[in-house]
Design a protein around this ligand. Structure first.
Ligand SMILES: Nc1ncnc2c1ncn2[C@@H]1O[C@H](COP(=O)(O)OP(=O)(O)OP(=O)(O)O)[C@@H](O)[C@H]1O
Length: 522
């Protein structure tokens, strides 16, 4: 160890009162005359300075925890955004994390928290200084570590500043931080897509949500699209209005329509439009009302909580009357999150439900004020088709086949997903060829539709030319097969079966061959 450094360190540990003039003089001379030691001397100077500071101006330290064990601390989330940006604009501290997203161009700088040092076994020492109207504020990222397994228990920030500035920090700096973090989120940030992972219910894994879909690229009824954009725009601008009328600042959307009509694509467009994070909630993994509340509380403001295929939720009976309902996942628990007491937690929240079968949903979900906006994603119309043709083929003007396509689309049900798939597979061909192929595709669909309608009509009419006996036989056979399958399943589940494993494997093999043959025959 360098002896000069030792001298300086011991000097630094003395309080000012204990330092004689001679000692101070010696220290000053060493500092001035030792340019090679600049870095180390700077460290010692800062220790001396902080001792002096503490003596005359005691510091206050504010703890900002990530969570209170129940819900996410919005101030922590804002601080993380804010401090991250401090790095990109200030001189970097000695340790910081630097990364680049898979598709991102910008470098991202992250504060190195104590848990990082703990895990890597490096000495902890980093912090960053912010300046606010002449006030020096020191940010430190910390973590509580489990002594036994070295895992991070929780994270928090320490914000230290001169006690004299307490009022100003609380009244001006903290609101400034919140507003700044909000600005950063809206202007610069790429939305993130969260999905539940990890051990706890509230634990989310996330990635940058770099989905290319915007409203401009979305094939849907133009009037509905405009209405939706205006609605979202109004929603984010009406913070004061919601407060004034005493309503929670949230909005619910029910998006319904057949598979492939763009329900998920619309959600992506909404997130990109608002620059909101998406929390993708797998409805089948929710087992109780309590689960749902925990999930809700672990999401942040300015986000979209998505529950796809809401008709598949395994909602149990038991509503307001049942006091123990929080142990089950019930309709009333779901409604409570949409417009009950629990819907009031957080601000600027959007909840989206999607379904392919609106008719299967409980009417209670539609009661006025519950799902504010119902969006029907329909089969492709000519407007949607033209937009897809512009997206994929860059056709901007009218095309001679559009009139024919319009008539066809009015008579067949084709999803935008099907058209997108066809367009994707036709890359490299001329526009005329691609559109002609699509006309063929629609005509084929029209033909199948006409055949099915004809068959239905003939079945209804008296003069059916159907081998009724054969049909009955076929149906009986099918019924028998289904019943047998069920029986086998029951037997296998019951546990008291004496399974002949070899025979079973033979049976499955045989079944596989039969299925393959049947598929081939088709
Ligand atoms: N309205 C649309 N506009 C543009 N592209 C679309 C649209 N609908 C579907 N697509 C294309 O089809 C793909 C599948 O669509 P998407 O997953 O959004 O449909 P969905 O209605 O959510 O289907 P599902 O009910 O099966 O989840 C998208 O990735 C997109 O490329």
């Amino acid at each position: 160890m360098f002896p000069l450094l030792e001298v300086l360190k011991s000097l630094a540990q003395l309080s000012l009162a204990q330092l004689s003039l001679a000692q101070l003089f010696t220290a000053t001379v060493i500092i001035v005359l030792s340019p090679i030691l600049t870095d180390r001397i700077a460290a010692v100077r800062s220790i001396l300075f902080s001792n002096y500071q503490d003596y005359f101006f005691p510091q206050l330290t504010m703890i900002i925890e990530e969570s209170d064990g129940f819900s996410q601390n919005q101030l922590y989330a804002a601080a993380r955004t804010y401090v991250g940006v401090l790095f990109s604009v200030s001189r970097k501290p000695r340790h910081f994390k630097c990364r680049r997203a898979i598709k991102g161009e910008k470098l991202v700088f992250d504060f190195v928290g104590e848990d990082f040092y703990q895990k890597k076994d490096i000495a902890r020492e980093d912090s960053i200084i912010a300046n606010f109207e002449g006030i020096k504020l020191e940010w430190k990222s910390r973590a509580k570590i489990n002594e036994h397994n070295g895992e991070t228990v929780s994270k928090y920030f320490e914000l230290s500043f001169d006690k004299r500035h307490e009022k100003k920090v609380l009244e001006y700096y903290i609101p400034h931080l919140l507003a700044r973090a909000e600005e950063i989120r809206k202007e610069e940030r790429v939305p993130r897509l969260y999905s539940r992972g990890g051990s706890g219910l509230g634990e989310w894994l996330s990635i940058n949500f770099e989905h290319p879909t915007t409203f401009e690229k979305l094939a849907m009824d133009p009037t509905l699209k405009r209405m939706l954009k205006d609605d979202l725009d109004r929603f984010v601008k009406r913070k004061d209005w919601y407060k004034k009328v005493g309503r929670a600042w949230k909005r619910g959307y029910l998006i319904y329509g057949p598979p492939g009509t763009g329900k998920s694509t619309l959600i992506a467009a909404m997130a990109n439009f608002l620059k909101f994070d998406i929390y993708d909630v797998d409805i089948s993994s929710i087992n109780s009302d309590l689960d749902l509340r925990k999930i809700l509380l672990s999401t942040s403001n300015g986000s979209i909580m998505v529950m796809e295929d809401i008709d598949c939720a395994r909602l149990e009976k038991g509503g307001q009357q049942n006091k123990a309902s929080s142990a089950k996942f019930t309709l009333s628990g779901l409604l409570n999150v949409i417009d009950g007491l629990w819907s009031n937690c957080g601000d600027e929240r959007i909840i989206v439900f999607t379904t392919n079968h609106k008719d299967k949903l409980d009417p209670a979900l539609f009661r006025r004020g519950r799902m504010d906006v119902h969006v029907h994603m329909s089969y492709c119309t000519i407007d949607g088709f033209k937009l897809l043709a512009t997206n994929y083929l860059k056709i901007e003007d009218d095309h001679q086949l559009y009139r024919q396509i319009e008539v066809l689309l009015a008579n067949v049900e084709v999803t935008p997903a099907e058209i997108a798939e066809e367009l994707l597979n036709s890359s490299g061909s001329s526009d005329d060829v691609v559109l002609a192929r699509l006309v063929e595709f629609f005509e084929q669909k029209l033909h199948v539709k006409a055949k099915a309608a004809e068959l239905k009509e003939r079945l209804k009419s008296a003069d059916i030319d159907v081998d009724a006996e054969g049909l009955v036989k076929f149906l009986k056979q099918k019924k028998l097969e289904n019943a047998k399958e069920k029986e086998v399943e029951q037997l296998l589940n019951s546990g008291d079966t004496d399974i002949d494993a070899e025979g079973f494997v033979k049976f499955i093999k045989q079944k596989k061959i039969e299925d393959a043959k049947a598929a081939e025959a088709k």
